[in-house]
Each structure stands twice: as C-alpha cells, then as structure tokens.
Design a protein around this ligand. Structure first.
Ligand SMILES: [Zn+2]
Length: 95
C-alpha cells in the first residue's frame, strides 16, 4: 500500500467526522497521539509504540485530508531520494 492509498482509506473511513472536527481539532488529536507515542517510547513498550505509530499515521492522514494536502506528493517532492538540505544520500549534514 502506498501513502496515497492509506490517505484514501482514512478519507473513506473518517472524512465526514474529520471535516466536522476541523483542522485545529484534528491537529490536537494528532499531537495527543504523538504524546502517547512518546509515552510508549519512554516505557520501552514495543507493542504500544507500534499502535501509536499507526495512530499518528492515521491522524496525520486525517489532518492532510481536512486541509486537502496530498501527503505522498508533498513528501516525495521534498524527500526525493536525497536529503533536502545537503542533497546527499545518505545525509551528510552536521549535527
Ligand atoms: Zn543532509
């Protein structure tokens, strides 16, 4: 499954609810899920991390749907096989 197909799945499942909630409300859900991912990371809870990664992806796709952003298109335009800053693969930017 491609990123675009996953975003379409989220659109089919949740677009009506996501649009009613709006961009700001959907963004708040996304940040809650990121916080939960961080909690699972700190607890070294591998199963929990996997579930939170899935939730973060789902809410990110929902937010993109509300804002009519094509996640696959914008991601691959920016990350086109090279680091967007140093234009090398792998990245050679200094920390
Ligand atoms: Zn770089």
């Amino acid at each position: 499954m491609h990123i675009h197909e996953f975003q379409e799945l989220m659109r089919r499942l949740y677009l009506n609810r996501d649009c009613k909630r709006g961009a700001n409300g959907t963004y708040e859900w996304l940040t809650d899920e990121l916080k939960e991912l961080g909690d699972a990371l700190k607890a070294n809870d591998k199963k929990g991390m996997e579930e939170e990664f899935a939730d973060v992806m789902a809410w990110l796709a929902s937010l993109a749907n509300v804002l009519k952003v094509d996640l696959e298109k914008v991601s691959l335009e920016k990350y086109d096989g090279k680091c967007p800053k140093c234009r090398r693969a792998p990245c050679e930017c200094t920390f």
